[in-house]
Design a protein around this ligand. Structure first.
Ligand code: SF4
Length: 394
């Protein structure tokens, strides 16, 4: 996976934002995009299909014309034939406020996946997602969503769950249905960078999130209009997988994720490390693609304290956690932010993103097993056959 920060700038100022550089309007150069993909495609390390996520800052703050040029460059460089052929899928994670017909034309032309950040009904959304002058952003985000709907372009909603919304699964579901949103993803408001979430410090968080997710999932499935709940539907193939197969975790692999900032600096592992600084590891950067080859950056990464400590954390997880075969060692950034070190194990983040969904799926499986019927068998088959990942393409 490649995550590119076209600009660190964001046009709004959410209360829980961790990005330190969100007023900086610098935009990545087209020459940097060219160098990056020349290196990636000639490395031979890419999968046959790669996702390029434009994110971290508001990607739609950069003009449509920038992406037309960048996408055309990547398409020109992409190996198209033979065993080394690569398919590239572009994707945006956006606050949705700038979406208009011109953006929808770009999405359709390049089959771009779109995720819109919206935290639920107005009172929940506007409590945290604010303009720089402190006003709510709900109306403009919903206008963007309605533009996507009018263009018949698929998207998913990404909602940050707060202390208040964790108590409101019915209201969240009713909101998505009222706006015709059928693919949803949740993040719980967490401590990242300089932002400290009081929600994440609470001892009862696991139980509250488990109650929310169980209720939302069961309501959504029985209603039928929500077709994808990422927390469950991404976990399903990790839980129900072939014997002996370990779930892969690209966040602990060197350059498993290639994260690129607007100056061409490369980091890997968790994307949130890009732009963050720490006394032990400095700026977490592994090199700059404008001045070094990807191979040089990779070789330096292999000898880094960063990789050594992340791998020590992964091995500790392997030795001590019963969820390891599903999780693969978690998110290094959350180990650092929550535990103060990479070579550690459990975090609130892994409890919410790995343990709770796994437990809910196994709970549902146990319930089906107790009522074992032909219907039950087909329900399990349906459960395991849910779509693997948004965004969808028509
Ligand atoms: S669930 Fe947490 S403790 Fe367990 S393997 Fe994942 S990161 Fe490690």
């Amino acid at each position: 996976m490649v995550i590119i920060q076209p600009t660190a700038f964001c046009n709004i100022n959410c209360t829980y934002c961790y990005l330190p550089d969100r007023s900086n309007k610098h935009v990545i150069a087209q020459s940097t995009v060219t160098k990056l993909f020349t290196e990636l495609f000639s490395s031979g390390w890419t999968n046959p299909e790669i996702t390029v996520l434009w994110h971290a800052g508001e990607p739609l703050a950069v003009p449509v014309a920038f992406y037309r040029e960048a996408f055309a460059t990547i398409e020109r460089l992409r190996p198209k034939d033979g065993p080394g052929a690569v398919v590239v899928k572009h994707s945006f994670q956006t606050n949705g406020m700038l979406i208009d017909d011109e953006w929808c034309d770009l999405f359709r032309e390049w089959k771009v996946g779109v995720g819109v950040s919206i935290d639920g009904p107005r009172e929940l959304h506007d409590a945290h997602r604010k303009t720089r002058s402190g006003a709510g952003t709900f109306d403009r985000t919903v206008a963007g969503i309605r533009c996507l709907k009018a263009a018949n372009w698929p998207f998913h909603a990404l909602s940050v769950l707060s202390r208040a919304s964790l108590e409101m699964p019915e209201e969240m579901l009713a909101f998505y249905i009222s706006e015709g949103i059928d693919h949803v993803c949740f993040n719980v408001e967490e401590s990242e960078g300089d932002y400290v979430s009081d929600l994440f410090q609470g001892a009862e968080l696991r139980q509250r999130y488990e109650t929310f997710l169980r209720k939302f999932w069961h309501l959504a499935r029985s209603d039928g209009r929500i077709r994808f709940v990422r927390e469950i539907d991404h976990a399903l193939p990790r839980v129900f997988r072939p014997e002996g197969v370990r779930a892969r975790n690209i966040q602990v692999e060197p350059l498993g994720m290639v994260n690129v900032d607007s100056h061409g600096n490369i980091s890997s592992f968790s994307p949130e490390l890009l732009g963050y600084k720490n006394a032990d590891y400095g700026d977490f950067l592994l090199g700059n693609i404008n001045t070094r080859s990807l191979r040089e950056i990779y070789e330096d990464t292999l000898g880094s304290a960063l990789l050594r400590d992340i791998q020590a954390g992964t091995e500790a997880c392997r030795a001590g956690c019963e969820y390891f075969s599903v999780c693969g060692g978690g998110a290094p950034v959350n180990k650092l932010f929550e535990n103060g070190r990479f070579d550690s194990t459990s975090t609130s983040f892994c409890t919410l993103t790995q343990m709770v969904p796994t437990d809910l799926i196994l709970e549902a499986y146990d319930t089906l097993e107790q009522n074992w019927t032909a219907d039950g068998l087909s329900t399990i088959a349906q459960l395991a056959a849910q779509p693997a990942s948004p965004p969808r393409m028509p």
